[in-house]
Design a protein around this ligand. Structure first.
Ligand SMILES: Nc1ncnc2c1ncn2[C@@H]1O[C@H](COP(=O)(O)OP(=O)(O)OP(=O)(O)O)[C@@H](O)[C@H]1O
Ligand SMILES: [Mg+2]
Length: 363
């Protein structure tokens, strides 16, 4: 797996509509749009990206030109779509929104490109999923503001060059590692979006609570932020579920107690693990003594597909340092025992003795 790859399924694997899933749910777009920051100064966290982007945009404005092409790379729900709209707002430019999968043929892309206005922002979401011929057309468009439109078929086909007005391409991808280097190289600036710190997510929760007209105190926001897996989309989603609970079971005010009771109902624990995550971790610890155990065995033990365990549960467990993937199979870290409140076995990895059984269950 590539370092820029966040290891989640491209297709909807089981469990994508879970509360702590980072991908947007199908009915989430309206509420998300309402919570989007509109200006760079309103955008919380990502201070490096914000500073860099601010320079890129200010310089372009000062020159009176269009900004360089920008690639936004990062895990789902970190704010790529939000930033693309902020770029358009900051440049006072119109924005055209499309996505890699929507562009089946080079002709589709030619039609979009040739109708752009000068200075327009073209937002190409999931740019890693564009077809090959469209990608090649994009190279030339990005570099020379030109496309060759092919007219006719077979030996009689001719390429008619078409001049394009200068525009700014903003590409977004969760899998930067899948982009061909010639495409990656044509972006003047790449923003690498990181997971958010708890303090930043608290700010996100406070801001969204204000917009949703929900009252929350500092500890309530801390409680929600701590379970949001470093992801604003999840923070906003948990906030909405906690709000429901507060309105039905209490007077609508969110404090620490309400937040933790609400999230207990939804089976999201203090660290943001949900039922599936804990099932995987629980099986690894209780049935296999912390591993190493093969992925197939582990999947059968929790009654899930291999892909679900590998692509839905494991990435976050690995990121949290609770589980490690080794050539001999999956192993739990000492933190995993602590998190589930189980005593570390004398021979568990990281224990003073340090030695481990050979891979009884390893693949
Ligand atoms: N820095 C931020 N400050 C405040 N809210 C944010 C921030 N980043 C993201 N959000 C909120 O999180 C939600 C998801 O953000 P967005 O749609 O931009 O993510 P994305 O990176 O485009 O995700 P995907 O990869 O699924 O397309 C939005 O509702 C947005 O309001
Ligand atoms: Mg998006």
């Amino acid at each position: 797996m590539n370092g820029d790859d966040y290891g989640h399924a491209d297709t909807a694997a089981d469990g994508t509509d879970r509360l702590v899933g980072a991908e947007a749910e199908s009915d989430e777009s309206a509420v998300e749009a309402a919570l989007r920051p509109r200006e760079l100064s309103e955008f919380i966290g990502q201070s490096k990206v914000r500073e860099q982007l601010d320079l890129v945009l200010k310089a372009a404005r000062r020159r009176g030109g269009t900004a360089d092409h920008v690639l936004l790379s990062g895990a789902p729900g970190l704010g790529k779509t939000t930033l693309s709209m902020i770029i358009a707002a900051e440049m006072s430019a119109p924005i055209r929104i499309t996505s890699g999968p929507a562009i089946q043929h080079a002709g589709d892309l030619a039609a979009i490109l040739s109708s752009l206005q000068e200075g327009e922002i073209l937002f190409l979401d999931e740019i890693h999923r564009m077809s090959r011929p469209a990608e090649e057309m994009l190279y030339m468009a990005m570099e020379d503001y030109r496309v060759d439109v092919i007219v006719g078929k077979g030996p009689g086909a001719t390429a008619i060059p078409l001049e394009l007005p200068p525009f700014t391409l903003v590409g977004a991808t969760t899998r930067a590692g899948l982009l061909p280097p010639p495409l990656r190289d044509r972006f003047g600036f790449t923003a690498h979006m990181e997971f958010y710190e708890p303090g930043e997510l608290e700010q996100v929760v406070h801001r969204s609570a204000r917009l949703l007209d929900v009252r929350t105190d500092a500890e309530g926001a801390t409680e929600i932020a701590g379970r949001s897996r470093g992801t604003p989309r999840i923070a906003n989603r948990l906030l909405r579920r906690v709000r429901d609970y507060a309105q039905v079971k209490a007077d609508g005010m969110i404090d620490r107690d309400i937040a933790s009771r609400a999230l207990a109902v939804y089976e999201v624990d203090e660290r943001g693990l949900d039922r599936l995550d804990r099932a995987v971790l629980g099986a690894l610890l209780k049935l296999f003594g912390g591993g190493p155990v093969g992925l197939s065995t582990l999947s059968v033990a929790v009654g899930e597909e291999r892909e679900t365990v590998e692509e839905v549960a494991e990435p976050f467990l690995v990121r949290e340092g609770l589980l490690a993937r080794t050539p001999r199979g999956r192993i739990a870290t000492p933190a995993a025992w602590d998190h589930l409140g189980l005593a570390r076995p004398p021979q568990s990895p990281g224990s003073p003795a340090g030695t481990r059984q050979q891979g009884l269950f390893g693949e």
